[in-house]
Design a protein around this ligand. Structure first.
Ligand code: PLP
Length: 291
């Protein structure tokens, strides 16, 4: 069962709510239109990781939807309350902390905002350990559309994730675990819930690469923190455009995200790619340093 804490001006530390009974109005535009934004982060020992980065990205997503964003001073006490309640129920295990903000009930003109804390699903650790078979799937947009068509909200983390979830179901139905989206002009984009990172090692020089943000992908907080940590330990950094053959030629490809952290890709469209235990261990250790 999840822990829920609503942002509510009458409750400075947030209002704890019972997740086993309905809490949203059926007319909430987050439910009826997916009109809202969210974040998911990992909490370890009661502390949410990369909280400032998640709040900053959520503020950007809310601005793209012209949605009023409660300031960090309102989210932070609610997150503390949720994690204290989570610890009371689940002890010291890690938590998934979701922040949610919707346009609120139809006609109310008042956003709905809440924090949800839940146990980490076992699939996260499993994917880290076993790796992933992925399919390349066309997202149907070209890599320049984000700038031309801001109303598509590419690069924002909106509640409209039905397409992302459908792509993962498609992968499962076709014998794979996950997806890497490509643009209609043939560039590598991102996973439905992750950022793509690849390593190239040449003449002793190690380079980490990821697709460029201009192609309409979500700015990943894990990728960004990993790149900062990698640069400090001597890695070169590079940003797309990347064509799919770069994935096949790389010395390693990973999907990275806040909950799963870093999972190696072991095949793309049924074709095995190299999985380096050493590089995976090195990058996983760098991700672990991100607090
Ligand atoms: N890209 C998409 C589309 C995502 O949904 C996510 C996270 O859920 C990511 C990338 C990875 O972002 P982060 O590392 O901040 O979790």
């Amino acid at each position: 069962m999840s822990v829920l804490v609503f942002l509510d001006t009458a409750f400075p530390a947030g209002r704890v709510a019972d997740a086993s009974v309905p809490q949203l109005l059926a007319t909430d535009l987050g439910a009826t239109r997916g009109d809202g934004v969210f974040e998911s982060m990992l909490a370890v020992d009661g502390h949410p990781r990369k909280l400032a980065s998640h709040l900053a990205r959520m503020a950007g997503s809310a601005a793209a939807l012209r949605l009023e964003f409660p300031p960090p001073e309102r989210w932070e006490p609610a997150i503390r309350t949720a994690l204290a309640e989570f610890a009371r129920v689940y002890g010291d295990q890690q938590a998934v902390v979701k922040l949610l903000l919707t346009r609120g009930p139809e006609g109310a003109g008042q956003p709905t905002a809440w924090v949800q804390a839940s146990p980490v699903p076992p699939s996260a650790a499993e994917q880290r350990r076993t790796g992933l078979d992925v399919l390349l799937l066309d997202r149907g947009y070209d890599s320049t559309v984000a700038e031309r068509a801001p109303w598509l909200l590419l690069g924002s983390k909106t509640l409209s994730y039905a397409v992302n979830m459908a792509s993962i179901r498609y992968a499962h139905e076709h014998g794979a675990d996950d997806v890497i989206f490509t643009s209609s002009d043939g560039l590598v984009l991102e996973g439905p819930t992750s950022t793509v990172v690849l390593a190239e090692v040449k003449d002793g020089v190690k380079t980490l690469l990821t697709p460029e943000l201009e192609s309409g992908i979500l700015p990943g907080t894990t990728q960004s923190a990993l790149f900062d940590a990698a640069a400090k330990s001597g890695w070169q950094l590079g940003y797309g455009p990347l064509q799919p053959d770069r994935l096949h030629q790389a010395d390693g490809v990973w999907l990275v995200s806040s909950i799963r952290l870093l999972a190696p890709v072991r095949s793309i469209d049924g074709k095995a790619i190299p999985v380096s235990r050493e590089l995976t261990a090195e990058l996983a250790a760098l991700v672990e340093t991100v607090l």
